[in-house]
Design a protein around this ligand. Structure first.
Ligand code: ATP
Ligand code: MG
Length: 139
């Protein structure tokens, strides 16, 4: 149901460093249900399209290069008030400012390599979920 899903990615550095299991554990422990999940490597073009909203920002081309540099995990998460609840669990964009107990505090390395993505609105959660998953791929 709209409002109850969010979309996440475990970013290349966190996947490469073997943090996937612990991150999924934190997600499940917070009461999220995983309704779709896959691992993949984005092309530069796909990463560029996903982050198109940031294309005027100075970090855009670095971000696209980073997000297409290795394997990521993409997932749809369900919970009451999923977008806000997940933003709380992931913490501030810059891991240095993230609260104790958040995913970015535990696993983020820098403002760019901050372990995970989380949708910022219900509308974007639905757009992002559809970018990665067809209806048939959601349970
Ligand atoms: P995300 O959208 O990945 O969940 P966010 O919503 O906390 O992160 P955004 O402002 O949407 O932050 O930025 C998207 C991503 O761009 C960040 O997660 C980070 O990887 C990168 N980023 C943001 N700000 C900077 C910056 N100042 N320098 C380098 N990279 C940045
Ligand atoms: Mg964002």
């Amino acid at each position: 149901m709209a409002g109850n899903i969010t979309f996440t990615m475990i970013k290349p550095e966190a996947f490469q460093n073997g943090h996937t299991g612990k991150i999924l554990d934190m997600i499940l422990n917070k009461g999220f249900r995983i309704s779709a999940l896959r691992i993949l490597k984005l092309s530069q073009e796909q990463a560029g399209k996903f982050y198109e909203v940031h294309k005027e920002r100075p970090f855009y081309s670095d971000l696209v290069g980073f997000m297409s540099s290795g394997i990521i995990l993409a997932a749809i998460l369900e919970k009451e008030n999923a977008v806000d609840e997940y933003r709380k669990l992931i913490g501030a964009t810059n891991p240095a400012n993230a609260d104790e107990g958040t995913i970015r505090k535990a696993f983020g390395q820098s403002i760019q390599m901050n372990a995970v993505h989380g949708s910022d609105s219900d509308e974007n959660a639905n757009i992002e979920a559809s970018f990665f998953f067809t209806v048939l791929e959601r349970c």
